[in-house]
Write a protein that binds this ligand. Structure first.
Ligand SMILES: [Fe+2]
Length: 457
């Protein structure tokens, strides 16, 4: 395209640059052996503006058109790779296709570009800030905007938490600019319909990316990134660091109402992603988070220009509302994951992507894959090699697993030497084994956001 050579917007350079084609490829080349028990799809969502549609002066990484990449594995083989733009109206118009059916909350044209995964028998793409989720076919074609069969009152989130005990999804949602005075806690039942909504009044319009869910509490991250009216009036990405605003976490008892929230002040910071959270034996709430000192202060085009995220443990005492913070790891890292069965429960291991400092065009955004013992801070690092970096590590427990870390890590790895991508599979218990499999993809997977393993069964 050449555009990326001409612009200084770092979120359009290197592997942040979009790809221009939708590709379908079968029987992909593999080095090593794909574990035969992996029967299903690895899917991943991220921003990918259509060629020529974004102004590099103002393009914000969070706002690009949505593109999902997917890889089907089965019988020890990599059957297919597909990447597809999700059909928001602008994408459909550009491709000469009819608009997809379904409701768009607030008349929004945004496609959900942040997460993709399976729930209630469907494949969902999701975003925050008032966007309506989309459902996708097995082959990643857009089916429709889908507000959980019309049960979702406003927007949703890209980071719902799955509660294995009830089969439900829990999300902290907001809708800019429609619901300026509140966020909403939304629970979606196992049949895919909203079963509960709690309005949480807010003085400001805050950006809420994620939440935590323990056995007792739904946790609100109320942090000082708020709507900046100058940016909003200019119709740019409107959220910015707000030094005048306090920061706090809120513990909403899972059966409670907004008035029951236990608000606990913390030092100003921003958190996109908690690694995990749980109630400890003393009645405290443990929150492990990737913490930034600041967000969208000087860098208003994306998240990586103001501070580097590091892994912290916050121990919240609901009785006296105190929060004690300790650093688990001071190595810059993001996109934390854990074993699926341990959400909201005590756990030992997290998996993250090292974040490289600076956003040079010839350097991958991400670096090594980390495995962290969150109790000791001890970190193992898998080095993907010179000029190579691994994005979000998706953990899949092995069949009949006997330990928390007895699983596979599925990682999109970008190679800046060849400007190509692979899906790499690691053995989470044995980094020394090297790559269990390297699946060569027919094109780059641009750095983006979140994905999941969706088993066929
Ligand atoms: Fe996220």
């Amino acid at each position: 395209m050449g555009m990326s050579q001409l612009v200084s917007n770092h979120y359009l350079l290197g592997n942040r640059a979009p790809v221009a084609e939708e590709v379908t490829a079968f029987s992909l080349p593999v080095q090593g052996a794909v574990p035969a028990e992996l029967e299903g799809r690895w899917v991943r969502n991220g921003p990918n503006p259509m060629p020529g549609t974004e102004d590099p002066e103002t393009y914000h990484w969070f706002t690009g058109a949505a593109m999902v990449h997917g890889l089907r594995l089965g019988g020890g083989k990599a059957d297919w790779y597909r990447n597809r733009w999700l059909r928001s109206n602008d994408v459909a118009d550009a491709l000469g296709e009819p608009h997809v059916p379904g409701p768009r909350f607030g008349g929004r044209e945004m496609a959900p570009n942040t997460n993709v995964g399976g729930f209630a028998g469907k494949t969902w793409a999701m975003v925050e800030a008032g966007g309506t989720p989309m459902t996708l076919s097995y082959d990643l074609d857009t089916i429709a905007f889908d507000a959980f069969d019309g049960t979702l009152p406003a927007g949703f989130s890209a980071h719902p938490k799955y509660d294995a005990a009830t089969g439900s999804l829990h999300a902290m949602t907001y809708a800019y600019p429609d619901l300026a005075d509140r966020i909403q806690y939304v629970v979606v039942g196992p049949k895919g319909h909203v079963t509960k909504t709690v309005d949480i009044p807010m003085d400001d319009m805050i950006m809420v990316h994620d939440m935590s869910l323990t056995q007792r509490y739904a946790v609100v991250y109320d942090l000082p990134v708020t709507v900046d009216f100058e940016l909003a009036m200019a119709e740019r990405f409107p959220f910015r660091w707000n030094p005048d605003r306090e920061a706090r976490v809120g513990l909403l008892p899972r059966e409670g109402e907004a008035a029951d929230i236990i608000w606990c002040p913390i030092d100003p910071c921003y958190v996109y992603h908690p690694l995990n959270a749980y109630d400890d034996a003393d009645g405290n709430v443990v929150l492990d988070v990737c913490r930034y000192d600041k967000m969208f202060d000087n860098d208003i085009l994306g998240p990586f220009g103001d501070a580097m995220p590091m892994l912290d443990r916050w121990t919240v005492n609901p009785t006296n509302r105190s929060v004690s913070a300790e650093r688990i790891s001071d190595r810059p890292q993001e996109f934390p994951r854990h074993a699926d069965g341990l959400g909201g429960l005590p756990y030992q291991f997290g998996y993250t992507a090292e974040l490289n400092v600076g956003l040079a065009a010839n350097q991958p955004t991400f670096g090594k894959t980390f495995k962290i013992d969150v109790n000791s801070g001890q970190t193992e690092a898998f080095d993907h090699g010179p000029g190579r970096g691994g994005a979000e590590p998706v953990f899949v427990s092995k069949d009949g697993c006997s330990a928390e870390d007895d699983g596979w890590l599925l990682i999109s790895v970008y190679d800046a030497n060849t400007e190509s991508s692979e899906l790499v599979i690691l053995d989470a218990q044995d980094f020394g084994r090297g790559e269990v499999a390297r699946i060569m993809l027919p094109q780059r997977v641009p750095d983006g956001f979140h994905g999941n393993w969706v088993p066929d069964a």
